[in-house]
Write a protein that binds this ligand. Structure first.
Ligand SMILES: Nc1ncnc2c1ncn2[C@@H]1O[C@H](COP(=O)(O)OP(=O)(O)OP(=O)(O)O)[C@@H](O)[C@H]1O
Ligand SMILES: [Mg+2]
Length: 870
């Protein structure tokens, strides 16, 4: 049925729906297309690069329109969502045939069946397989922030409470696809993901007790306490995120597991800057390649990849759960079953996400097949898992949750299952008698047609007579030219259409057959839908055990990956404790190691921060490996506290409560912070928060300002880390002068990167040794980088002059006198002044001031009073 648009009733319907979903593009179903109109059409055609057309008139103007075929809607949706659009799917709520039958005038009934938003996706095509997709709500309550996040594609549902500092750290960890937060809540770098819920007629919950009751009821518990301790802020956020998700699903209930407070797990605290600099799950530019996760990933299933990402981005600081993780992969390694487990898990379908779609009534036969595949994998895996602690026991208990369901699915579902239910043949023959009967009838009529064709050919004496299906005419007889005249003589045959080489006739018996075939096909399809729904219901009845099975499969995958790492002989089990130990033997940076060209081995280094020397001052030439060493120690802490093996020969670690990494220069111009401002903000965070159990890496602090300011700041920070924070820290710097501080600060120890000099060239050994660097070899590295010769020669001359002058002058009282020396009068003193000048230590402004003073002095000496500079 074609509907008119423009000033038509369908258009009025469009306006009514649009008024309720102003911030979403309407995908307005018209037959086989989703059509977009007006500004929606303009935005979508630009974003999707599809043709913008016009249709009908509205207030004298042509209505801009574009459309996407329903069969390809997912691809287009994916692109729109990635570009930050929200889409309201408007479906026809009645069958055009039914509407016709009830004699309805006007447009078909239509309504929004779902709001597609970045944080509420379930389709494989719209999701990243290895990453969770969180919708997060933040509620400010009594000076705290309550956060709750849910991934409706897997059912994960968690909460946490945070202060202002913790908020961006948690957001950095979750990297939510969508954030519900009122405008006054600061979201930092995640501000672009904020959703304006105000427009959705969603009230921010304010009554914590009501929120608790509502949550308890939703998850069928007498009280929320049954699931753990939730603060008022957390309960409010949880109820808010649930309300939003329900609003987007238009009444469909997603399957969510009971809420769990993530704060209780006891996590290693890391702020946003630290996360970013350590590149835990995504490297610069957002890709996983080049991240820590990519280096240690040995999982073989999407669910395993997601769980591993969860471990790596949210390391713990409690001994017990970490020892449990270690125990589990050690047992797997010792059992010799790791490879078999890996084989059993390879190709395991994504059961959790299939379950998510099944719960929302959005499932395809493939999703049922995923449940079947997951259950089969669980059955195969169960006998392979060794005994070894609580985690393995729990996993083993969850792996065979529903043998009866598995048997049913194996019997009922075609293998392979078709992509879509309406393709037919999703249900295997032999499972449902009624379906088989309808199908037999349908297929039988096909046989009847063949027989009928033979019969008619004989009846009319035309051997080449064919029964064909025609789009408009239905079943027809096709006769060749030579037979047409003869056939016209039969009254029951009606000539309907001439062809180049013959003609088409209709026949009453054929029309009758036609009807029977369509009816049988329709009945078979209907019956197939019934059987399918029944299967879906069977699955949802055991949704919780199935979710637990999916979780167990993911866990087994992560554990086998850890066992593989350990089996490689290049990763070891770190020895964890609650003290302040820090001793890494032959540690390596897994990402830098992976990136090195084959044959160039990574040089392992020890990282030793004994309680008596918990602060390491690291100097060394450019390109020597300082930054690599710093990060490597931080990454090993992350891996150790994720419960995973570490790339080292041995490691002893007293659990770190907070990890800080201040590396490299980055600006944040968008939020009004210059490069140096960012550096100092991050430094301030460290000085305020780091404690005796923290671990801090600081790379080249004080580089973004004048040398004297920078040196002074670096020294003061180092002193504070030593005396006040008393944390374990590695401090890399090119301010070689700082090495002298080891005399005053007993727990500070100087280390340097070993280099070999050979005929004025330097060979980097990438080896950390005790001692201090003499020079930075910056000009040498500049040459390696391809700086033009003339510039290099000039730099060398300047460097030599500076070195001569430094050698000639008495050792500088480096930290005592940071003010520029006053200029004495007289020619000899003039030369003395020049000799003590340190051009490298002057800001351009200071240098200019000195130059003026020197010139004035010269003029005074040689020609009397100075002229006015004007
Ligand atoms: N332990 C190592 N073994 C092998 N190669 C290494 C090692 N450490 C570093 N490298 C190589 O040296 C390069 C430079 O290292 P890095 O950036 O850590 O130097 P740096 O001392 O911080 O230099 P700069 O002072 O210029 O910041 C790395 O990209 C890597 O290719
Ligand atoms: Mg560096």
């Amino acid at each position: 049925m074609k509907e008119a648009t423009g000033a038509s009733p369908a258009m009025a319907q469009w306006f009514a729906i649009k008024a309720q979903h102003e911030d979403a593009l309407l995908f307005f179903r018209m037959g086989d297309f989703y059509e977009l109109f007006f500004a929606d059409a303009q935005a979508a055609s630009a974003a999707l690069d599809i043709a913008l057309t016009a249709r009908g008139q509205h207030q004298g103007q042509a209505v801009p329109m574009c459309g996407v075929p329903v069969s390809q809607a997912e691809t287009y949706l994916a692109r729109l969502i990635r570009r930050g659009f929200r889409v309201a799917i408007v479906e026809q709520l009645e069958d055009p045939a039914q509407a016709k039958a009830r004699g309805a005038k006007g447009p078909l009934k239509r309504g929004v069946v779902r709001l597609v938003t970045p944080g509420t996706l379930t389709e494989e095509a719209l999701l990243e397989a290895g990453r969770a997709n969180f919708c997060t709500a933040i509620v400010a309550f009594e000076g705290k922030f309550g956060l709750a996040w849910a991934d409706i594609s897997t059912g994960q549902f968690e909460t946490e409470q945070a202060g202002p500092d913790g908020l961006t750290a948690i957001l950095g960890r979750l990297d939510p696809a969508e954030i519900l937060a009122s405008p006054e809540i600061p979201l930092g770098p995640h501000a672009a993901r904020r959703v304006e819920t105000a427009r959705m007629a969603l009230a921010l919950p304010t009554n914590a007790d009501a929120a608790r009751r509502e949550l308890a009821q939703k998850f069928s518990a007498a009280s929320l306490d049954a699931f753990g301790d939730f603060s008022a802020a957390e309960a409010l956020a949880a109820s808010f995120v649930l309300a939003y998700i329900e609003a987007t699903q238009m009444g469909s209930q997603p399957r969510l597991s009971r809420p769990a407070s993530a704060g209780l797990a006891g996590q290693l605290a890391m702020d946003g800057a630290t996360r970013l600099s350590l590149e835990l799950a995504s490297a610069r530019g957002g890709a996983e390649a080049g991240s820590l996760l990519a280096s240690v990933k040995r999982t073989v299933s999407p669910a395993g990849a997601r769980l591993l990402a969860g471990w790596v981005t949210a390391p713990l600081c409690k001994l017990e759960p970490l020892l449990a993780r270690q125990e589990a992969w050690l047992a797997l390694r010792e059992s010799g079953q790791a490879e078999a487990v890996r084989a059993a898990l390879r190709g395991t379908p994504d059961m959790a996400r299939a379950l998510g779609r099944l719960a929302l009534g959005r499932a395809s036969p493939r999703d049922l097949a995923a449940i079947r595949g997951g259950l089969e994998a669980g059955t195969a895996l169960a006998p392979l898992l060794p005994k070894g602690g609580a985690l393995l026991e729990e996993a083993a208990a969850a792996l065979i949750p529903a043998p009866a369901l598995l048997a049913t699915l194996q019997a009922a579902l075609a293998d392979p299952a078709p992509l879509r239910l309406d393709e037919g043949n999703a249900i295997a023959p032999g499972f449902d008698g009624e379906l088989d009967a309808e199908r037999a009838l349908r297929d039988d009529t096909r046989r009847i047609i063949a027989e009928f064709q033979t019969e008619l050919a004989q009846r009319y004496g035309v051997a080449s007579l064919k029964i064909r299906h025609h789009a408009q005419l239905g079943y027809v007889l096709e006769a060749p030219n030579g037979a047409v005249d003869g056939l016209r003589a039969y009254p029951e045959l009606q000539l309907r259409q001439g062809m180049a080489n013959g003609a088409r006739f209709t026949h009453p018996e054929l029309s009758d057959l036609d009807r029977r075939i369509t009816e049988a096909a329709t009945r078979a399809a209907a019956r197939e839908r019934v059987v399918f729904s029944w299967l879906v219901k069977q699955v949802l009845e055991v949704a919780e055990p199935l979710a637990a099975c999916a979780q167990a499969l993911a866990l087994a995958d992560v554990l086998q990956g850890a066992a593989q790492l350990a089996l490689s002989g290049r990763y070891c089990r770190p020895e964890l404790s609650d003290d302040e130990a820090f001793a890494i033997t032959a540690g390596r940076h897994p990402v830098v190691e992976d990136a090195l060209p084959p044959g160039t081995g990574f040089i392992p280094n020890d990282g030793d921060l004994t309680p008596t020397q918990r602060l390491m001052l690291l100097t060394g030439p450019n390109m020597a490996g300082k930054s690599t060493f710093l990060r490597q120690n931080a990454l090993l802490v992350v891996l150790a506290q994720a419960g995973l093996p570490v790339p080292a020969e041995a490691m002893r670690l007293g659990l770190v409560d907070r990890l800080f990494s201040r590396v490299g220069a980055a600006d944040d111009l968008a939020s009004g912070r210059s490069t140096f401002m960012v550096e100092m903000t991050e430094t301030a965070a460290i000085l305020h928060q780091a404690g005796p159990k923290s671990f801090v890496i600081v790379d080249e602090i004080g580089r973004g300002t004048g040398t004297r300011d920078g040196l002074a700041i670096a020294q003061a920070v180092l002193e504070s880390l030593h005396n006040n924070n008393r944390c374990r820290a590695i401090f890399a710097t090119h301010f070689h002068e700082l090495v002298q501080l080891t005399e005053a600060l007993p727990r500070l120890k100087a280390h340097t990167m070993r280099v070999k000099e050979f005929r004025g060239e330097v060979v980097f050994m990438h080896e950390v040794v005790e001692g201090a660097a003499q020079k930075s070899w910056g000009v040498h590295v500049a040459r390696l980088a391809g700086v033009p010769d003339a510039v290099l020669r000039r730099a060398e001359t300047l460097l030599k002059a500076a070195e001569r002058q430094q050698n000639a002058s008495a050792p500088l009282p480096l930290f005592a006198n940071l003010a520029p020396p006053a200029l004495p009068s007289g020619a000899q003193t003039l030369l003395d002044t020049l000799a003590t000048l340190d051009p490298d230590a002057l800001s351009p402004r200071e240098a200019l001031a000195q130059l003026y003073r020197l010139r004035d002095e010269v003029r005074k000496t040689h020609s009397g009073p100075a002229e006015n500079d004007g």
